[in-house]
Design a protein around this ligand. Structure first.
Ligand code: MN
Length: 354
């Protein structure tokens, strides 16, 4: 079969002649022949598959330099490159979604502040911890009140003490005035000290906690318990697991699907424990009436699929029902680990509700 002109090849591949010239210049897709005199490019029909791959990758939004890598390696490696790229896009998108929603809140509140006295919002909450159906003791602990909600998942011989002491210290050192993030960070450091005083070297706890200021939420987080936000029907995980496998996912060694069955999936790289000072993550989240927060230990989010957690949070009207239903579902799924679960809703005071 003869060679195709650039016009014919463009029509067949769905790429414009202008794009084909650019890809030639970049070394992404070189013509079979370039006429010495006229400079006309001609392509072999066998190059169509390559051209179509380039067109699809462009449609994905992949940068040209990255396309060059994908098209230069074999099928399996190319597949891995595309998967890696898409994972990165999704991670970026999720960060940008959070940023956008924070900005939307921030800007709409600015307008409101000019026309209206700001409505004080309230936290409506429920929390429960449960031994599950397999473990002999419950090393998970929870706390919830109108200002502070926390879950802790203890591990090691003294894990139950570690999680209880961490929450006690957090409560004792909390402040309900001033900078809520600073206060919570400080309370978390006190919790860490308290655990180090008593915990055996093999014992420790995770800690994921939120503190409520009346307009925003501060979070501290260390370990593999999690915080989620359900807003406008979308469930977003706010925290990042401090586990060996999450590290492997982040650097592209493992896919999220492979991580589910990895032997080290529950091995923590950071926690509150007897040895060195903890390094918790901390951040602030703007609150909106209607927001629902979930704090959970891995006995919940490691046992139930995201879709199930999402559905229960969306269906159950009040926090207590949501907590009870989530734990009921964990039991139905065999409850292999202890469970800690707290749900907190941001609500308008009754007098202001329409
Ligand atoms: Mn656990």
């Amino acid at each position: 079969m003869g060679l195709l002109t650039i016009g014919e090849f463009a029509r067949a591949s769905g790429l414009s002649p202008k794009a084909l010239r650019l890809y030639d210049d970049l070394g992404l897709l070189e013509p079979a022949v370039v006429d010495q005199q006229s400079g006309y490019r001609r392509y072999r029909p066998g190059q169509l598959a390559h051209a179509q791959l380039v067109a699809w990758l462009r449609r994905l939004g992949m940068p040209l330099a990255r396309i060059k890598i994908v098209t230069s390696v074999s099928g399996a490696d190319a597949a891995r490159e595309v998967a890696d790229y898409w994972r990165q896009v999704e991670a970026d998108t999720s960060l940008r979604r959070q940023l956008a929603s924070t900005l939307v809140d921030h800007l709409s509140r600015k307008d409101q502040a000019m026309t209206d006295t700001p409505t004080p919002l309230l936290l409506r909450y429920a929390a429960r911890s449960d031994r599950g159906l397999v473990r002999d003791v419950n090393q998970d602990a929870v706390h919830s009140d109108g200002y502070l909600v926390a879950v802790a998942d203890g591990f090691g011989a003294n894990g139950d003490c570690a999680s209880a002491i961490a929450l006690e210290a957090l409560l004792e050192h909390r402040a309900t005035t001033g900078d809520v993030l600073n206060a919570l960070q400080n309370a978390a450091l006190r919790a860490d000290e308290a655990v180090r005083e008593v915990a055996a070297t093999d014992s420790g706890t995770t800690l994921t906690a939120l503190a409520w200021s009346g307009s925003e939420l501060a979070f501290v987080h260390i370990g593999d318990s999690r915080a989620y936000l359900l807003r406008h029907g979308v469930l977003v995980q706010l925290t990042h697991d401090h586990t060996v496998v999450q590290g492997l996912i982040d650097d592209g060694t493992l896919t999220a699907a492979e991580a589910e069955s990895h032997p080290q999936r529950t091995t923590l790289v950071r926690a509150i424990h007897g040895e060195q000072p903890a390094r918790p993550d901390s951040f602030v989240q703007d609150a909106q009436a209607g927001d629902r927060y979930l704090l959970s230990s891995d006995g919940l989010h490691g046992t139930l699929r995201d879709e199930v957690v999402h559905a229960v949070l969306a269906e159950q009207q009040n926090p207590q029902d949501a907590v009870d239903e989530l734990i009921r579902r964990v039991h139905t799924a065999g409850a292999p680990d202890n469970v800690a679960c707290a749900v907190a809703d941001i609500v308008e005071p009754v007098s202001r509700r329409k």
